[in-house]
Each structure stands twice: as C-alpha cells, then as structure tokens.
Design a protein around this ligand. Structure first.
Ligand code: SAH
Length: 384
C-alpha cells in the first residue's frame, strides 16, 4: 500500500501500482476513489506523464500529484535496429543510472516485446552473456512496466487502435531471472494484462525460467500466462556445468515442478527452450534422454541455435546435428521447431547490448544510433 511521503522525499512512481494501491494513494491525497480510475486511464491508455494535462482531474488533486508523484519512464540511452528484420533493441536507463535491454520483434502486424526483470543476473549460465555480468539489483514493477510504456512512446501508439498491433506478446526473456524477482514480475504482469489498461492477453505472456523450482508452481496459481523452461541439457552432469542452478534444483526436481504446474494449469503446454551447443548437448542420445525426461508432460520444444558472443566457450551445433536432434523429438510426438534467428545483426541475445564491447553509451535521450562491432555472431533472438 503506497504511503504518501513528505515532499522532500523521492516522488512516488504511479507506474507499477496495482489498481487497489492507486485507489489508496488517491484517497490519501484527499481525492474521491473513482479518480484512481481516471488516473489509470491517463497512464495506461493515453500514455500521459504530465499531471497538468490530465484535464478531467480536479486542479487541487493534480497539484498534489505533481508535488509528490511521477509517472515514470526509463530513458533510452541506445537504440539499435536490425536492418535485416526490423528487430529493435534498446538500452533503457533508470534514474540511478543502471541499464537493461528491451527488444521488440515485429512480425506481420503484431509484435513481441522481450522484457528484462533484473539488472544483471545471479545464475551465471555459461552460454549466456548476461551470466557474465553480476546482478546489480532487481527491477521494480514500475521499471518492468516502464519498458513497455517507453516502447509505446517510441512508436507513438497511444490513443490509437494500432497499439494492440504493435504489442501483442510479452516475453520475460530479457536480462535476469524473472522467478528470482517474483513479486515485482507478478505485479508488473498484472498491470500489463489489466483489461482496462494495456490489456495484453495473459495467454500472450510468457515467463521464462532457468528452473527456480519453488516458484514454478506458485506462478501457475497466480497468473494464467505461458511457462517456458530453459532446459538446455538432458542430464544433470551436463546441466550442472551449463547452468549452475541445476545443482540446487536438479532435473528430477525441475520436472516434478513442471508436472505440478501442469496439474494447476492443465491446458497449458509448457515450452522447453533448448540451445544447440556443438558437441555438448546435441547428440542423438541427448535427444532420446530428453524424450524420457519429459514423459507425460504436455510440452513442446524450441531448438535455438547458439548465438555466439566474443569469448563464448561454446559453438553452435551443425545444421545436420540440429536436424537429427529435432527429428528424434518430432518422431516421439513433440513439436520441435528450429527457431529462425531474429536480430542476428544486432546481437539480440540476452545481455549483449549492455556489454563492455558496446562501450561509450552516451546516455542521452536522443536515441543515439550506433554501429555493431565486427564480432562473430551466428544467430540472434528467437521467437515463437
Ligand atoms: N533467466 C531466464 C530468463 C532469460 S531468457 C531463463 O533462463 O529462462 C533468455 C533465454 O535466452 C534463455 O532461454 C536463455 O537460455 C537464452 N540464451 C541466453 N544466451 C543465449 C545465447 N547466447 N544464444 C541463444 N540463447 C541464449
């Protein structure tokens, strides 16, 4: 519940407050509860950040709001667009100077927005560039929702019916582990999917996890979104190396959590993401082990060619190995598309925009375009 703080304290960001909290705040500023609905409309329908233009609110209320609150937005410190497929990637900066990546992948007349949930990551997955960056902090719900609001600003899709087309899907597949920032992610998703606001369908929201077992079932009870598991290995021996979280929550526990999740969310097919790493996890024996592992689960696979980054300890599987792997999964009755690369020329994989080799971020709001250095990049970001 928000408490209206004294003026000299930092202002309250109204973005990130659930409707009930916005009512509490509104009444604590001596306005009638229904004013919270109007505020919500200005924030999430109209994209307005300046209280003075919220013309249907009483002047006294507007004055109090502008003294004590803000409608927050991250700044964009860098923008990059893939010439090949118009995938956009932004480096978003928050007031404390910390930055995350947000990626937009257009497809036909819709688009998927890939949001970050943390600055850096604690999981240290060996194939992941974000894993090389230390966790700085969790994003607040306001900062997660703010990424979406900022993208709507960029495309100027407020007040137009085109808004839905621009943003149809949201995936929590940017930087960080969403289930290690559980409360803020859930709050943000409740706001994004609120029917009176941005109204993203829950069925078009995907939370991806490296396997934070205790939170998987909770997630199923809380929100009806899609679950994606970053699997990436068929055995504990290999997964322990690729994803240290596996030592804490090994495959048997992960699969049990998936079964528990499916018991709650019966209709939901779980997606297993599987990065194809040459000579590491891509043998036919691995594929058969995967089939045994997921026995009884309603699931599909996304086979992802490894997106190589400078200094990465792995290489992408050959097309032949990937095809043979996919065939075993398909012959066992599972959908196993090999994902097409998106944003291959802009390093659209996890954590790469924030990296040191993209140095010199000026941090101006002017959305400085910049050049991709000549590093070996095989593939990009993958979407459904
Ligand atoms: N921590 C969560 C959310 C991050 S999602 C999770 O692990 O699911 C980011 C996705 O991109 C994950 O599936 C991750 O395994 C994958 N990924 C990370 N680095 C990659 C790379 N270099 N090439 C291809 N996929 C990568």
């Amino acid at each position: 519940m928000p408490v209206v703080r004294a003026q000299e304290e930092s202002p309250i960001d109204l973005v990130g407050l659930l409707p009930a909290d916005l009512v509490v705040l509104t009444t604590s500023l001596d306005a009638e509860p229904f004013r919270a609905n109007q505020l919500w409309h200005w924030i999430y329908h109209r994209g307005v950040t300046d209280f003075s233009t919220m013309t249907n609110l009483p002047e006294t209320f507007r004055k109090k709001l502008s003294e004590r609150c803000v409608v927050g937005r991250p700044q964009i410190s860098q923008t990059i667009t893939a010439a090949s497929d118009f995938t956009h990637k932004w480096l978003m900066r928050f007031p404390d100077g910390k930055e995350v990546e947000t990626v937009y992948i257009p497809k036909d007349n819709r688009g998927t927005l890939c949001l970050s949930s943390q600055i850096g990551c604690t999981l240290a997955c060996r194939f992941c560039y974000t894993g090389t960056q230390k966790l700085t902090r969790n994003l607040s719900a306001a900062e997660i929702v703010g990424q979406v609001l900022k993208v709507n600003d960029v495309y100027n899709c407020w007040k137009h019916s085109c808004c839905k087309k621009i943003l149809s899907n949201v995936v929590m597949m940017g930087m960080g582990e969403p289930l290690l920032n559980y409360n803020n992610v859930i709050t943000a998703l409740k706001i994004l999917t609120n029917i009176k606001g941005l109204a993203v369908s829950q069925r078009r929201v995907t939370v991806s996890t490296a396997g934070v077992v205790p939170m998987i079932q909770l997630l199923g009870k809380e929100i009806s979104c899609n679950l994606s598991i970053s699997l990436h290995a068929a055995t504990d021996a290999v997964r322990d190396v690729l994803m240290p979280i596996n030592k804490r929550y090994p495959l048997a526990a992960l699969m049990a959590a998936c079964r528990g999740y499916q018991a709650v969310r019966n209709a939901h097919r779980i997606t297993f993401e599987y990065i194809m790493l040459r000579g590491i996890n891509d043998s036919e024996a691995d594929a058969r082990a995967i089939v045994r592992l997921v026995n009884g689960l309603h699931c599909k696979f996304n086979l992802i060619p490894f997106n190589q980054w400078p200094g990465a300890p792995y290489a992408c599987s050959t097309a032949d190995a990937t095809y043979r792997f996919a065939t075993i999964l398909r012959d066992s009755g599972y959908a196993a598309p090999i994902r097409a690369a998106r944003g291959r020329d802009i390093h659209a994989a996890c954590g790469q925009l924030c990296s040191a080799f993209f140095s010199g971020s000026g941090g101006s709001e002017s959305e400085r375009e910049w050049t991709v250095p000549n590093v070996p990049v095989s593939t990009g970001l993958y979407i459904q």
